[in-house]
Ligand binder design. Structure first.
Ligand code: FMN
Length: 303
């Protein structure tokens, strides 16, 4: 028997695999496709204090080994989430991490306080890294003081574990990681998408309605892995690796680089079973390698 269970703050996950925010909706969209009870959990699509319509279309374009999206955090708002989305999420037999974003640190705190009152949320993931939000997101995540202010406001407002989700679109991600660690974050997830662009050369116009979008998928995996490794050396917090993970081998690279858990995003659009296959592949790898507990693999990279 191989032990795949891992812990973030006081939350015990059955295995290290989560579905990434924005790629599994609010559970309902994904639940007919996979057995959610077999993965560690899911991270719901970012919610904001009030409903948002998102960016103008087109909002998605395929790229070599990946995709660009500029959804722009379309969501029903905090109360819409509580009334319409949470009842379904609450009855799932897997952990649910709720992802939040807001235009100010104070509003992040207010959202956290409201969500603290709901029973069953495993943790909050704070999206200080969206490239598709003009009034928050990456604006916070590019600045160490602003990142710390948001995380401190959320920590003050809730007893739930708080995960800071970082952007790769910075000069020194280690500095941002240290700032959210000192502000009290319980874990760091990384990375959100890289800013990218595509142009229709016949029309001489950007393909995305928002002009730029966020690049995800296999194309970004080496970047995500290098940043995970860099942040591993900068902080003590547990890390959740994200970016281009499509199979168990990809996932194991992140665990060996120092991530306690991983998230699967874009790969789920190609293969909804990717998350479950990654769990199975991790188990086989550990059995083959004589590893009893996946925890012993975390950060085992030899350099
Ligand atoms: C269509 C789409 C929507 C996304 N929406 C969100 C979101 O609402 N909040 C968030 O924090 N990240 C969002 N992301 C980013 C993913 O959670 C993830 O960080 C990123 O896509 C990298 O992982 P991947 O290469 O496995 O997709 C979105 C990504 C995609 C492709």
């Amino acid at each position: 028997m191989v032990e795949l269970g891992v812990q973030i703050a006081d939350v015990a996950f059955n295995n290290p695999v989560l579905l990434a925010s924005g790629t599994c909706g609010y559970g309902q969209e994904f639940s007919p496709l996979i057995e959610l009870g077999r993965i560690g959990g899911l991270v719901s699509k970012t919610i904001t204090p009030t409903p948002r319509a998102g960016n103008p279309p087109p909002r998605i374009v395929e790229t070599p080994a990946g995709m660009l999206n500029s959804i722009g955090l379309q969501n029903p708002g905090l109360e819409g989430f509580v009334q319409e989305k949470w009842p379904f999420l609450a009855q799932l037999d897997t952990h649910v991490v709720v992802n939040i974003a807001a235009p100010t640190a104070e509003e992040h705190g207010e959202m956290a306080a409201r969500l603290d009152g709901l029973e069953g949320i495993a943790a909050l993931e704070v999206n200080i890294s969206s490239p598709n939000m003009k009034d928050g997101g990456m604006l916070f995540g590019c600045n160490p003081e602003a990142s710390a202010a948001v995380i401190a406001a959320v920590k003050q407002a809730t007893r739930l574990p708080v995960i800071a989700k970082l952007t790769p679109n910075v000069t020194d991600i280690a500095e941002i990681a240290r700032s959210v660690e000192s502000a009290g974050a319980d874990a760091i997830s990384l990375i959100n998408t890289l800013v990218g662009m595509a142009i229709d050369i016949k029309k001489k116009r950007p393909i995305l309605g928002n002009i730029t979008g966020g690049l995800s998928g296999p194309a970004i995996k080496p970047v995500a892995l290098a940043l995970t490794w860099k942040v591993r050396q900068a902080v003590q917090l547990p890390l959740i690796g994200i970016g281009g993970i499509a199979n168990a081998e990809d996932a194991l690279e992140f665990i060996i680089a120092g991530a306690t858990m991983i998230q699967v995003g874009t790969a789920g659009f190609v293969n909804p079973n990717a998350g479950m296959e990654i769990v199975a592949g991790m188990r086989s790898y550990c059995a083959e390698q004589g590893i009893d507990n996946i925890a012993s693999l975390i950060g085992s990279l030899e350099v």
